[in-house]
Write a protein that binds this ligand. Sequence first.
Ligand code: ZN
Length: 250
Amino acid sequence: MTEKPSPLEPLDETWERALCVVAHPDDMEFGAAAAVARWTGQGKSVVYCMVTSGEAGIDGLDPDACRELREAEQVASARVVGVDVVDFLGQADGVLEYGVALRGVIAAEVRRHRPDIVITGNFRDTWGGRNLNQADHIAVGRAVVDAVRDAGNRWVFADQLGGADGLEPWGGVREVWAFGSPEATHAVDTTATFDAGVESLQAHAAYIDGLGWENWDPREFLEGMARATGARLGVTFAAPFEVFPMGWGE
Ligand SMILES: [Zn+2]
């Protein structure tokens, strides 16, 4: 007997600027790129921030060569969905640690871009069922929610403020959204932009090739997830998000 999946609420789309902070190149493309294509198509501004360059992601390739390749693939992949700014924070791939240092580099990004919404990947322990999440994803997601609060407090990471960068506190983030979370509460219709999402994932050609997954088809993979989520939103395809309100009182 299968339980009927619970319905999802439509995401708020009344915002103008989003900052996406994820651990690795390809993270956005494994769940959120079609949603980003929808939003940039509405005239919203979306910026990508990669905490690492995914340099430990290809078994047969030395990290120094890999870094350059994966950054280039990410920039191309972002462009497909209307994202022109991709920041790379240069933290070490595979060994990220949740803590004050990680919060600091992410808080600086929030202060730099002053977004209404911050998007990150699933940072729950699993993807639902027994598939374990990866340590970098968990560290980044936890640091993101804290860094959003840090960014608004002028006494936290105060050395970032008022310097040559012109950074000021930013407390304007309304919500943090974690895509692909098994605890998703909301979703967005990606039916019209699904193909752009597939193309964006396909831009990580060297990475996908390096995974060595035989007969793995990016379109089929994304379609399976998008269709299951779409059924919960009442549309053909959708992307799921867990929503964390960043104000008080909810
Ligand atoms: Zn990842």
